[in-house]
Design a protein around this ligand. Structure first.
Ligand code: ARG
Length: 469
C-alpha cells in the first residue's frame, strides 16, 4: 500500500507523523501504545475542549467562519454517534483524540485538519483529564454529602442510645451510638473539604501550552478557559502539559476517604457479628452461604473495606508514575487514566451503596447497653466522683481498680455492687455515688463541647444538618 495517496493521514497511523518513517508501526507496538480502549471515556471532554478551541481560533481570525461551522457540525455529529454507540473506535488511531479528529476530517474535510492549529495532544489530553475529573469531583461531592446525611439522620435517632466506647477494642467509657456515627461524619466532612480543595487546582486550563513551549499563534487562552468553566489558565507551558499532581491529589483524597469508609465498614462487620449483635443490616445488603444455612454475611461492608486497598494502590501507582519524569510530557502520563477511572468508579459505587445501607441500619440498643455494662464502662466516672470529693486522681484510680476487682469476683457491674461494699473501699463514697455509676449519668456528665452528652450530640446533629442542607 505504500505510495497510495491518503486523503486523511490519520487513517493510517504509521504515517500520521510524517514521511520520515520508512516502515509501518509493528502490530505489537500498536497494541502496546494504544489507549483508545480506555481513554474513549474522555470523549465528552475531548469534544467540549475542541469546540472551545475552535471557537477561539475563529474569534482570533486563525481559522475562518466556514471552517468553524464545519468543525462544529462534524463534532456534534460525532457526539451523537458516540452517544448512540455508532462510533467506530479504531485501535490504529491510538487514542480518543486521534480517533475523533480523524473522523472529523472524514466528515468535514480540510476544516477538520485545521482544528489542531496551535494545539498538541499534550495540552489536549491534559485539558481533557482535568475537565473530565472536574465533573466527577462534582458528582462525588454530592455522593459524599448523601452519605453524611444518612449518618446524621440515623444519629439523630440515637443520641440516647448507649453503647460501649472502645480504646484498644476494650470497653472504655459509655458513648452514644449517635456520637459514634457522628465521628464518621466529621471524617467525611473533612474528605469533602479536601475534595473541594483538589477541585481548585484541577480547574486550570492547560490548552495553549501546545506541545511544551506554547505556540506562535495568537491564542486567547482566557477565552477558552471561560468557555470551558476553568477558573484560570496554567501559567507555565512545560508544567501545564506534564504534571499530573491534580490527579495525585485527587487520588490522595480518594485513598483517605476509602480508608475512612474501610474503618466504618469494619465496624459494621464487627457490630453485626453474633459476638457484638449491636446492629443488623437489611437482608438486601447481605448474602447467604452455600453450605451453612444459618449464615447472613455483611458482604457489602466487607467489599467496601476490601476496595480501599485498590484505591490506595492507585495512589501509589500514580505518584510513582510521576517520579523521575523529566520535563515535559512523556508517554508515561498515558498511564494516569486507568487508576483515575477505576478510583472514581470504585469510590462512587461505594459511597452510593453505603449511604443506602446506613440509612436502613437496624439498631439494637439493648445489646449495646448490655455490652457497656459488662465492661465496667463507668469506672472512670467513679474515679472522677472521688476526685470531685477531694481525693487525688491517682488514689481514686486505685480505689476504683479494687471496686472493679470486686465486681469481677461477684459477676456484678459497678452500679450493681451494694453501696456498703463500695463504701468499705473508701469512706468518701456516699449515697450519691450510684447515680454517677449509671450509663446515662456517665453520658450526661460529658457535657463538654465535642463530648458524648446528648445535648452536645444533638448540637452536632443540628450543625451538620445546617451544613448539609
Ligand atoms: N494518549 C496520550 C496520553 O494519554 C495523548 C498524548 C499523546 N502525546 C504524545 N506526544 N504522544 O497521554
Amino acid at each position: 500500500m505504500s505510495g497510495t495517496p491518503l486523503d486523511n493521514p490519520l487513517d493510517r497511523k504509521s504515517q500520521a507523523w510524517s514521511a520520515l518513517f520508512s516502515e509501518p508501526m509493528s502490530e505489537l507496538v500498536k497494541r502496546y501504545t494504544a489507549s483508545v480502549g480506555f481513554d474513549q471515556r474522555l470523549w465528552r471532554a475531548d469534544i467540549a475542549g475542541s469546540l472551545a478551541h475552535a471557537g477561539m481560533l475563529a474569534a482570533q481570525g486563525i481559522i475562518g467562519q466556514t471552517d468553524l461551522d464545519d468543525i462544529q457540525r462534524g463534532l456534534n455529529q460525532i457526539a451523537t454517534d458516540i452517544e448512540a454507540g455508532r462510533f467506530e473506535w479504531k485501535l490504529e488511531l491510538e487514542d480518543v483524540h486521534l480517533n475523533i479528529e480523524a473522523r472529523l476530517t472524514q466528515l468535514v474535510g480540510d476544516a477538520g485538519k485545521r482544528l489542531h492549529t496551535g494545539r498538541s495532544r499534550n495540552d489536549q489530553v491534559a485539558t481533557d483529564v482535568r475537565l473530565w475529573l472536574r465533573g466527577e469531583i462534582d458528582a462525588l461531592a454530592l455522593l459524599l454529602a448523601d452519605l453524611q446525611r444518612a449518618l446524621v439522620e440515623v444519629a439523630a435517632q440515637h443520641s440516647d442510645t448507649v453503647m460501649p466506647g472502645f480504646t484498644h477494642l476494650q470497653v472504655a467509657q459509655p458513648v452514644s451510638f449517635a456520637h459514634h456515627l457522628l465521628a464518621y461524619v466529621e471524617m467525611f466532612a473533612r474528605d469533602a473539604e479536601r475534595l473541594a480543595d483538589v477541585r481548585k487546582r484541577c480547574n486550570r486550563l492547560p490548552l495553549g501550552a501546545a506541545a511544551l513551549a506554547g505556540t506562535s499563534y495568537p491564542l486567547d487562552r482566557e477565552a477558552v478557559a471561560l468557555a470551558l468553566g476553568f477558573d484560570s489558565v496554567c501559567e507555565n507551558s512545560l508544567d501545564a502539559v506534564s504534571d499530573r499532581d491534580f490527579a495525585i491529589e485527587f487520588l490522595s483524597f480518594a485513598a483517605i476517604t476509602m480508608v475512612h469508609v474501610s474503618r466504618m465498614a469494619e465496624e459494621l462487620v464487627l457490630w453485626m457479628s453474633q459476638n457484638f449483635g449491636f446492629i443488623d443490616l437489611a437482608d438486601r445488603y447481605c448474602t447467604g452461604s452455600s453450605i451453612m444455612p444459618q449464615k447472613r454475611n455483611p458482604d457489602v461492608a466487607e467489599l467496601a473495606r476490601g476496595k480501599s486497598g485498590r484505591v490506595v494502590g492507585h495512589l501509589m501507582g500514580l505518584i510513582t508514575l510521576m517520579k523521575g519524569q523529566p520535563l515535559a510530557y512523556n508517554k508515561d502520563n498515558q498511564e494516569d487514566k486507568e487508576p483515575l477511572f477505576d478510583t472514581v468508579d470504585t469510590l462512587a459505587g461505594t459511597l452510593r451503596i453505603l449511604a443506602e445501607m446506613v440509612a436502613g441500619i437496624q439498631v439494637k440498643p439493648a445489646a449495646m447497653e448490655a455490652a457497656a455494662r459488662r465492661g465496667y464502662a463507668t469506672a472512670t466516672d467513679l474515679a472522677d466522683y472521688l476526685v470531685k470529693k477531694g481525693l487525688p486522681f491517682r488514689d481514686a484510680h486505685e480505689v476504683v481498680a479494687h471496686a472493679v476487682k470486686l465486681g469481677l469476683q461477684r459477676g456484678l457491674d459497678l452500679a450493681e455492687l451494694p453501696l456498703a461494699d463500695l463504701q468499705a473501699l473508701h469512706p468518701l463514697i456516699a449515697d450519691d455515688a450510684p447515680g454517677v455509676l449509671t450509663l446515662r449519668g456517665s453520658l450526661e456528665a460529658r457535657n463538654v463541647r465535642g463530648g458524648t452528652a446528648p445535648a452536645q450530640v444533638l448540637a452536632q446533629v443540628a450543625r451538620h444538618r445546617a451544613r448539609l442542607g
